[in-house]
Design a protein around this ligand. Structure first.
Ligand code: G4F
Length: 342
């Protein structure tokens, strides 16, 4: 029988990869889009026309009740959030409302629409919850110490999920996902900012890369690998929480150096990187590295794309994109891409 999945945050990076995966598994995929994201919804319609789009907003329980009652999906993946940590310092209330309370609204809507507890719910928890880390590497039992309004909201949402699982017997699983990137990453995130600016530098369109703290270390994986873990979590009879990570950590500086090296630019950091305090955060997460051995043991999940391959994919994608935007002959760009791909 065809399964039906509802995805919130369908217009984001993970929403796209997950929808693609579920469609390949013959799911009927319903994506929830809010009014502010209508334009992105239209472009998703071109890329993935099979996805049925419904209007709903995590800030509005009435709309959530309606979406769930109308669709009655087998699985719900809650990827919707204000997901940019930097912005959460500027809009803490909005972030708490969507990223934190929005999850409670979803849980309540499911609880009343599905008394038989048939719906399985996935919550996008985050490694930002570990914040000022208490141990390294971080696993499912590491205490939380969030360092941003975003992290605080994710901790609230995570605890609400655990509570609804325990109190009402709901099938709720949380994926504590470490940073995951790729060709569809938003330009506000550091990896995409780096690869798109370096692509511009290579093509002579830009001459500087302006960043904040480049010493911060992250465990960076590929988004396409991580959505598979989300799906695997909801295929388990017993709901649970899982850390999803590569187990390797690199600084922002390492990311920049790797990207410059791939296009054969020596001393790229000295020549092009400028620091601007506007990109610094009032409190920073200095080091993240995850231990995903539980996911490996129970879900049989391991990441496939390594760090260098991730940087390569993002850089090639941005070179092609920038060439198209600036009407640069693709033949010239192909030579650079061949160099990267060696
Ligand atoms: O790319 P970022 O903005 O990602 P961050 O803050 O680690 O959060 C991402 O991963 C989380 C999982 O751990 C998700 F929950 C969250 O939704 C998001 O996907 O920043 C990475 C690092 C930070 O330390 C930041 O201070 O890069 C540093 N950075 C330095 N210059 C910068 C910049 N970040 C951004 N976005 N822009 C800069 O110019």
């Amino acid at each position: 029988m065809t399964k039906k999945a509802l995805i919130t945050g369908i217009t984001g990076q993970d929403g796209f990869h997950l929808a693609e995966l579920l469609l390949s598994k013959n799911y009927e995929v319903v994506g929830m889009v809010n009014r502010q994201r209508e334009e992105l919804g239209n472009s998703l319609r071109k890329d993935l026309p099979e996805v049925i789009q419904v209007r709903g907003d995590l800030a509005d329980s009435t709309s959530l009740n309606g979406v769930i009652a109308e669709t009655m999906p087998d699985e719900i993946y809650n990827l919707g959030a204000i997901s940019f940590v930097g912005l959460s310092f500027k809009q803490p209330e909005l972030t708490s409302n969507i990223t934190g309370l929005g999850v409670l609204r979803m849980l309540e809507a499911i609880r009343s629409a599905d008394p038989e507890r048939k719906i399985r719910f996935y919550q996008a928890s985050s490694s930002e919850m570990f914040g000022k880390v208490r141990e390294t590497p971080q696993n499912e039992n590491t205490p939380f110490h969030p360092r941003s309004p975003y992290g605080v909201s994710k901790v609230f949402a995570h605890h609400a999920c655990v509570n609804y699982r325990e109190a009402y017997g709901m099938h709720v699983s949380c994926g504590i996902l470490f940073n995951h990137e790729g060709e569809r990453r938003g330009h506000e995130f550091v990896t995409r900012k780096i690869t798109s600016t370096i692509a511009q530098i290579v093509l002579g369109i830009s001459d500087k890369l302006v960043l904040g703290n480049i010493e911060a270390k992250r465990d960076w994986g590929y988004a396409g690998d991580y959505v598979e873990a989300m799906w695997l979590m909801l295929q388990q009879e017993i709901p649970d929480d899982y850390v999803i990570a590569t187990g390797e950590t690199y600084s922002v500086k390492d990311f920049i150096e790797t990207a410059f090296n791939l296009v054969n630019i020596q001393d790229g950091i000295e020549r092009y990187v400028k620091q601007d305090p506007q990109f610094m955060r009032p409190s920073e997460v200095d080091l993240l590295v995850g231990d995903s051995s539980k996911a490996k043991r129970i879900l049989n999940w391991t990441p496939k794309v390594g760090f260098k391959e991730l940087v390569k994919r993002m850089l090639i994608n941005d070179l092609q994109l920038q060439a198209k935007i600036h009407q640069i002959d693709l033949q010239d760009v192909k030579q650079i891409i061949n160099l990267i791909d060696q």
